[in-house]
Design a protein around this ligand. Structure first.
Ligand SMILES: [Fe+2]
Ligand SMILES: [Fe+2]
Length: 199
């Protein structure tokens, strides 16, 4: 079974746990989601990991597409795009703003306790990919000295502490610098429609 599939079944993106963490995080950051389209987005945003070999690194940002397509069909393209924009790497690659779902998704990672996160991420085989990925990023200046030493410790618990510290800071920096589905600019919707039609 591929790592992405294991992630959705019993790993860091388990369908019965991760959306709950995102829901709690979204409620803390903004408001309790009352719109069923938002709830559906929270539920479907990571289902695209299913069948993927990698959950980190080049190409892994495409996991947003399945949830995005489901939301396109059921709720319209702005909602599909809101789900796509939950991935920082997808946004950076496509020049899009992060969505509120993106910030809530990162806070969900911070809120998930280590005793739950580490065994699940280890069982699915994701942990090694995540630790290797952050090891390659420790020179790019985004981490504090303390975070860097935790991330390079080679110890999973310390690594998680370092990454949560960085992610908590990232959430605070971006919680008000992101938008909702209804804030999509018409030209942005148009551009995405063209992209979908030609891909
Ligand atoms: Fe995701
Ligand atoms: Fe997620």
């Amino acid at each position: 079974m591929r790592v992405g599939t294991k992630s959705v079944l019993y790993g860091a993106h388990a369908l019965y746990l991760h959306p709950i963490a995102v829901l709690v995080a979204y409620s803390r950051l903004y408001a309790i989601p009352g719109d069923p389209r938002l709830l559906l987005g929270i539920l479907t945003h990571d289902v695209g990991y299913w069948g993927m070999d990698r959950v980190e690194g080049e190409g892994s940002e495409n996991h947003v597409e399945l949830g995005g397509r489901i939301m396109d069909r059921l709720c319209g393209q702005p909602w599909g795009d809101h789900v796509r924009r939950h991935s920082r790497s997808w946004c950076d690659l496509h020049g899009q703003r992060y969505s509120r779902l993106c910030v809530a998704d990162k806070l969900a990672f911070v809120l998930t306790p280590a005793w739950l996160y580490l065994p699940m991420a280890r069982a699915s085989g994701e942990l090694a990919q995540y630790m290797a990925a952050t090891d390659g990023q420790t020179r790019d200046g985004k981490f504090t000295e303390t975070e860097r030493s935790l991330l390079q410790s080679g110890d999973a618990k310390l690594w998680l502490k370092g990454l949560k510290s960085y992610t908590r800071r990232w959430v605070e920096q971006h919680r008000n610098d992101c938008d909702q589905a209804r804030d999509m600019k018409p030209d942005c919707v148009k551009k995405l429609a063209v992209r979908a039609a030609t891909s």
